[in-house]
Ligand binder design. Structure first.
Ligand SMILES: Cc1cc2nc3c(=O)[nH]c(=O)nc-3n(C[C@H](O)[C@H](O)[C@H](O)COP(=O)(O)O)c2cc1C
Length: 178
């Protein structure tokens, strides 16, 4: 069996990418927690996608049980400037910490994509997380990173930066076949 796409998405941005990716590659797509574990266990390649929450890729640790002896690609979806080397480097460090060096994605297997954000749609836990993050960020003044600025800017008005075309490098890296 070939490739499966697995994802965790709280508000739908990652889900939109995951479904489009799976449709293009013509492979199965599962939300983590609702997956057919037989299919996932028997896949040779997993493409895992998760939204970024306080710098962490959602569901990454839970999905880790499937990674052993597979080719793993990861895409992280956040409200940041997609593909910026600093952003990818930051996510890569988080992945190394979370997965351990033996499970870290191979070079070129990590992709960062732009997501969406609407404060009004957040659940109560995420609202208070965002409020806390913003209080911390505002205290940083000029030392804010570009990613942090994007999060603060998105508080004022909902943003939707999802762009399915930006999946192209990931699709190219995986190849059109299963
Ligand atoms: C509590 C919270 C924390 C977030 N932290 C980050 C972050 O650290 N970096 C980032 O780029 N985006 C961050 N975001 C924005 C989400 O990654 C963005 O909304 C993304 O599209 C969510 O994907 P999903 O809807 O598939 O879960 C955060 C959003 C929330 C609600």
């Amino acid at each position: 069996m070939g490739t499966v796409v697995l994802y965790t998405s709280h508000y739908g941005a990652t889900a939109r990418y995951a479904r489009a990716l799976a449709a293009t590659l013509d492979v199965p797509c599962f939300e983590l927690g609702k997956e057919d574990s037989y299919v996932v266990k028997n896949a040779q390649r997993i493409i895992y996608g998760g939204g970024l929450y306080a710098g962490n890729v959602a569901g990454l640790t839970r999905a880790k049980r499937y990674y052993a002896s597979k080719e793993v690609y990861i895409f992280a979806v956040g409200i940041m400037q997609a593909g910026g080397p600093d952003i990818c480097a930051h996510v890569e460090q988080q992945l190394q910490r979370c997965l351990g060096s033996g499970n870290a994605p191979a070079p070129g297997h990590l992709f960062c994509l732009n997501g969406a954000f609407c404060f009004a749609r957040l659940n109560i836990v995420h609202k208070s997380m965002v409020r806390m993050m913003c209080r911390m960020l505002l205290g940083k003044g000029d030392a804010l990173t570009r990613e942090e600025r994007s999060l603060l800017d998105a508080l004022d008005a909902p943003v939707d930066f999802v762009d399915i075309a930006t999946l192209a490098p990931l699709i190219a890296a995986c190849g059109a076949g299963k």
